[in-house]
Design a protein around this ligand. Structure first.
Ligand code: SF4
Ligand code: SF4
Length: 522
């Protein structure tokens, strides 16, 4: 078994302050039945529910069974919404006025811009991206604190695409039983045709996934035309090829192996969880001792206690990662809730209450066992902490956006030489000045340098200079870089470093921005 699972279980049990869940399940069974439960039958196509094993076991193909229910419906809705956004967003238009792209979400590498609806991020404002990453991480932590691996079960791209690929597979190869049967049979024309169609459709989805990705980096309708007429840049075809291959391999073939062996999140998540996080939990206090309907009926007839679990394995058959949740927390469990739907259907058929498997905590199972009321603590220190960080970071970002200026200036002193003494005794420093015009119209800026009594400013290029000011015209949504030569006859102390303020003022609106550097002397 993977060591991550041991870590997950160990951390979980340590925090919950009770022995491993599997032992509790066994204890509950023994206590109720007075005997050791026989291990469940080996399930074709599913890993054995062993606790021990090698670090890596060869993959046994999983044939997840179709299931209906609340969580399956939620998963379909999430799948449709997330894939709809991913495939459709590049075609959504957003009018930013003339001289600006009208694609709502665009990563414009050639012009170093990121457009997100009304927000336009320049390279100098990469801190917005940092803020977004912090928000994403905190949202993930919050989700984990509230409902465990809800990200993995519903929103992770690996889960969403695997779900889609499995839906295609089920449509063509049939549900679990039919697919298992077909895989046992020798290759026939029908089997070959079905397999060929399945892989073709998988490749089409994968290809469209790669195609949608590149549309975020250029004007989507234009790029689609260029791709169709083979006039698109080579890099676009390369990325489509790479993403077609990875989507096909990860969602079509590797599936749960990605979650078990490649993804770091289950390991991190195990260290971040606590005993109050809701997880898909088998309520062993209610389910044990498990047994067939007949056996349980006989037990009840004798006045003995029988669990609600009829050991039908439906919860295991529907699991996309092949987990038997009745064995306790498992690194392979992505908390998708499909086993809840499967078990609820079984409970309805046998006339028992639903939610033998439910989003719950082991702590609550123990509390019920000892006759106490279950406790659900969604609002607690860690959820408040994560929510507070999210609110603070979002607040800072919104404030920064609200006061965001449409002009900016940055100044860099020449590294070498730091100063030059001219033949008439004048001292000169050279600077690289960058003026940013973030608005969508051409603007005239007056550049002023202050800090020394007598300053002579010269700008290399087509600016108009007078004394310590220069007038510079900057095109819409552009950056203008210039060399500024600042000279003075003032007597400076030895090794002087006098602060200089470079300011730009919009000649029309009076909007202003400034930056500080230093004038160096001998
Ligand atoms: S579906 Fe429910 S009743 Fe059937 S094995 Fe799973 S937990 Fe037991
Ligand atoms: S055990 Fe249940 S919740 Fe976990 S992955 Fe399997 S079906 Fe989903």
């Amino acid at each position: 078994m993977c060591p991550g699972r041991d870590i997950a279980v160990a951390v979980h049990e340590m925090r919950a302050g009770h022995p491993p869940l599997l032992e509790l399940v066994k204890d509950a069974t023994r206590a109720a039945s007075g005997s050791s439960p026989a291990p469940g039958p080996s399930t074709p196509g599913l890993p054995e529910p062993d606790d021990e094993g090698p670090l890596y076991v060869a993959r046994r193909k999983i044939y997840p069974q179709r299931v209906k229910g609340t969580y399956r419906t939620i998963k379909w809705i999430v799948l449709l919404v997330t894939l709809g956004i991913y495939y459709g967003l590049p075609f959504l238009r957003w009018d930013r006025g003339p001289n600006a792209p009208d694609q709502a979400v665009l990563i414009d590498f050639p012009n170093s811009r990121f457009y997100f609806f009304f927000i336009e991020i320049w390279p100098q404002e990469v801190y917005y991206v940092t803020g977004l990453l912090i928000l994403a991480a905190m949202a993930l932590f919050l989700m984990n604190a509230v409902a465990g691996r809800v990200w993995c079960g519903y929103l992770c791209p690996q889960t969403v695409w695997t779900d889609l690929f499995q839906a295609i597979e089920r449509r063509i190869e049939g549900d679990r039983r039919e697919h298992l049967q077909r895989d046992r049979e020798p290759w026939t024309l029908d089997r070959l045709a079905r397999s060929g169609l399945k892989h073709f459709l998988w490749l089409m989805v994968a290809w469209w996934t790669g195609g949608a990705w590149v549309l975020y980096f250029a004007d989507a309708p234009t790029l689609v035309k260029e791709l169709a007429t083979f006039e698109a840049p080579l890099i676009a075809y390369m990325w489509i090829g790479i993403l077609t291959f990875t989507t096909y391999a990860l969602a079509g073939h590797m599936r749960e192996q990605v979650c078990l062996y490649m993804c770091p999140w289950p390991r991190i998540q195990a260290a971040l969880t606590d005993e109050y996080a809701l997880n898909v939990t088998y309520r062993y206090d209610r389910g044990e001792p498990r047994g067939s309907m007949k056996k349980n009926a006989a037990l009840r007839a004798r006045g003995e206690r029988a669990g609600d679990c009829i050991d039908c394995y439906q919860c295991v058959y529907v699991c996309p990662t092949g987990v038997d949740i009745r064995n306790g927390p498992d690194l392979g469990c992505i908390q998708c809730g499909l086993c809840i739907d499967a078990c609820d259907a079984v409970m309805a058929k046998v006339g028992r209450p639903p939610r033998l498997i439910a989003y719950d905590t082991d702590l609550n199972v123990k509390r019920r066992q000892s006759g106490e009321q279950p406790e659900f603590k969604i609002v607690r220190m860690r959820t408040i902490f994560y929510a507070a960080i999210i609110a603070a970071v979002a607040g800072v970002m919104l404030y920064a956006l609200a006061i965001r200026r449409s002009e900016a200036i940055s100044v860099i002193h020449d590294r070498n030489p730091l100063f030059v003494r001219l033949s008439d005794g004048e001292l000169r420093n050279a600077f690289t000045v960058r003026i940013l015009n973030k608005s969508l119209e051409r603007r005239s800026f007056v550049l002023t340098v202050d800090g020394l009594a007598d300053i002579d400013l010269k700008v290399v290029g087509d600016a108009v200079t007078t004394g310590r000011t220069a007038t510079i015209s900057v095109g819409p949504d552009q950056t203008y870089e210039l060399r500024a030569l600042v000279s003075t006859y003032s007597q400076l102390p030895s090794a002087a470093s006098v602060p200089l303020t470079f300011s730009i003022t919009d000649a029309k609106t009076g909007e202003r921005a400034s930056a500080v550097d230093h004038f160096r002397g001998p």
